[in-house]
Design a protein around this ligand. Sequence first.
Ligand code: HEM
Length: 509
Amino acid sequence: MSCSFFSRGREMEYSLTSCLLCLLLTWVLLQALRSITGGSRASSGKLPPGPRRIPILGNLLDLGDKPHKSLAELAKTHGPLMSLKLGSLTTIVVSSAAMAKEVLQNHDLTFSNRTIGDAVRVKQHDEVGLPWMPVSPLSRTLRKVCNSHFFSNKKLNANQYLRRKKIEELLSYVHKHGRAGVAVNIGQAAFNTSINLLSNTVFSKDLVDPNSKDAQAFKQTVCSIMEEGGKTNLADYFPVLRKIDPQGVRRRMSIHLTKLLNLVDKMFDERLHSRKEHGSIAYDDVLDTLLDIIEDNLVELNKTHLTHLLGVFFVAGTDTTSVSLEWAMAELLQNPKVLQKAQVELKKTIGKGNQVEESDIARLPYLQAIIKETFRMHPPLPLLLPRRAGPDAEIHGFRIPEGSQVLVNAWAIGRDPDIWENPECFRPERFLGLEIDVKGRNFELIPFGAGRRICPGLPLAMRMLHLMLGSLINNFDWKIEGGVMNMEEKFGISLQKAEPLRAVPIPLV
Ligand code: HEM
């Protein structure tokens, strides 16, 4: 996401000043050209209302360092369908469940493509990477492969043993800290576990293994891609700057993405080699499934598509999952009664200290409610991923210009007082007995998006989260290091805690 304008204000001052001059010149030239040619073609229909803009920057300065919050505040004045100008990019912001349903369901096809940031144009990733490619027969095939071959219940049930082992390792890591009375950095532990849960599901391999050079390189590369992806890139708001890549974001992204794709390629080749040597040992992981699909010529996909797909899983699935776990733990430690109630449910259902299995999740409604409540208050991608308006888009009588960026503020919807009673309170009970899930049917709660671009990793992410959270609280009580916690947010590629959560585990058994 590239909306974190000014989140790294100081870092950007230099590029901003040097680029402004160039922009000013371009703007003056364009204005002059317009007056000579008689201006642009008048278009019918009104744009949605929005705040006043200043020349060149438009509303960029309105975003602040927490754009999801600033946009929610602006929506209180301008309404749930709002238009802004971010540099030269017309941006439409959706801030209510009803409007989200209009965009993501009723006009799904019109808004099903993405606005492409300059950084993802490297290695043709915008054309072959699933999150960015336009809706096409290729994207449909890739999504079908994900849904039926990777993330179906049957497939996930078959490879759950790969994740079970990683949870045991997480618990033994936490036990060590417990015995020493030392705090665990929950976000870091969750990140390492998430990346290993994912890499075991995909490759049957650990990627956070201090003894493996490849693993360390992989983790570092995934982190660097996230970092570049979370940066505000002026070239996204002023396309005239694309050629010069003023902040070097595209150049660095190209280096990291090439590394990631090479590492995935290496995993492919190793597995191909081992299949030749040892025949088809069933790993039941994603990689094996993919190779079977290719060998059986089941679908028209080539190795480039699949390498990009697997690379994407790590970038899209690691941070989102670990950030959610960190927020869930932070809320539980802030709300000891909720934590206690969850522990009682776990004790009754599976027994204190016993391993939580994926098959237990359905029998843990309060744990499920905690995860939903965490997503309501802390959606990891508060503005989802940007959509792009297709031709002739119109919502509630307002014209949405073709090519506009469309942002759905899931964070604002999750805290809308017209939907949620006491929206600022963490109260999982609100979900008990309610038929609301996160699968894109209930627009009050859409952390995974909705419609034809809804997150395909949802079933895996939900298993990983329940498993990690259930295990951490069924085995330990927790004490916040220093006794106080800061619940401030930090906007980046995902919505992080500004201060990492550190807590001391106290073994329950
Ligand atoms: C808590 C965890 C996660 C959250 C909150 C999350 C959220 C999202 C959101 C909001 C989108 C955009 C949806 C839209 O435009 O409507 C998305 C897309 C995507 N996610 Fe996730 N995600 C998570 C985990 C995962 C995992 C584990 C994977 C894969 C292993 C994954 C793979 C993807 C892919 C490939 C896309 C692009 C889909 C497309 O554009 O067609 N995500 N995710």
